[in-house]
Design a protein around this ligand. Structure first.
Ligand code: CIR
Length: 263
């Protein structure tokens, strides 16, 4: 029975990845073949975490389409298709909506709202929404209106210096968040245990915690942040460490390459 199973929706790496959006990084050469290998190993890590991986075909005309997290916010009750703040990414949403309809009623963030899934951190019934260069107040208000009927509270969070809220803070284990305080204040997460990134690893706050089926769970973490990784392991957070160097050159990270939800 697949009902209730954890699914991870992914999308293959576009041939055009090297033309990706870059906001805080300089363009450096991306090895496309290696990017695809790393993406395959990322999908393997999702399977180890107990997910069934549903891999959508690449959209070669959209360089950033591999970063499928940004095009939807999937809750147990509803999938909200976003309206990406990056104009080059706006038309990635059609195929995501078509795919998600199989599992959820689908709603949509509308103009003038912009919102990207990388700005959304859900902790229980609280949805923290980063106010970043990609997500505006109208997008956050629409998200609040769409999710209030299901008992969610949306909390806007100022973000600066990085691309998305989840560049600055993610959940690494139940009740524990990993934070880069240069980019977000942890004050709004006052009931959580807070772990700080190592100052030499500003990109270290993005971890993908997957609470998998049958008691399996995992925290997928990039090999590029070994100091912060050691801190997490010393605190009893076991990591599944993978190399995502080529996706990081496109300003991506481990959360952004999947949408994880109950089937
Ligand atoms: C972009 O700028 O949209 C892509 N190059 C990177 C998106 C990364 N997404 C994410 O962290 N959720």
């Amino acid at each position: 029975m697949l009902e209730g199973m954890l699914l991870a929706l992914t999308r293959g790496v576009s041939d055009s990845l090297t033309a990706c959006e870059l906001t805080h990084l300089r363009r450096t050469p991306i090895d496309l073949r290696l990017a695809r290998e790393q993406h395959g190993r990322y999908e393997a890590a999702l399977r180890r975490a107990g997910c069934r991986v549903v891999s959508l075909p690449p959209l070669h005309e959209f360089p950033d389409a591999v970063f499928v997290e940004d095009v939807a916010v999937v809750l147990d009750e509803i999938a909200i298709i976003t309206r990406p703040g990056a104009e080059s990414r706006r038309d990635e949403i059609a195929t995501a909506a078509a795919a998600l309809k199989a599992w959820r009623p689908v709603a949509q963030i509308e103009n003038p709202g912009t919102l990207e899934g990388g700005d959304i951190l859900r902790l229980g019934r609280r949805i923290f929404a980063g106010r970043s260069g990609r997500t505006n107040d109208a997008g956050v208000s629409q998200l609040a209106a769409l999710t209030a009927p299901y008992g969610y509270v949306v909390i806007p969070v100022p973000v600066s210096g990085c691309l998305h809220l989840k560049s600055a803070v993610t959940e690494v284990a139940p009740g524990t968040i990993l934070v880069n305080r240069e980019w977000v204040s942890p004050a709004v997460f006052d009931d959580m245990n807070v772990v700080d990134v190592d100052p030499s690893e500003p990109y270290a706050a993005n971890a993908l915690f997957v609470a998998g089926s049958q008691g399996r769970s995992a925290t997928i973490y990039p090999s590029s942040c070994p100091r912060t990784g050691s801190v997490l392991e010393s605190l009893g957070v076991p990591l599944d460490i993978i190399d995502v160097s080529e996706l990081q050159k496109a300003e991506g990270a481990v959360t952004c390459c999947s949408l994880v939800f109950r089937g």
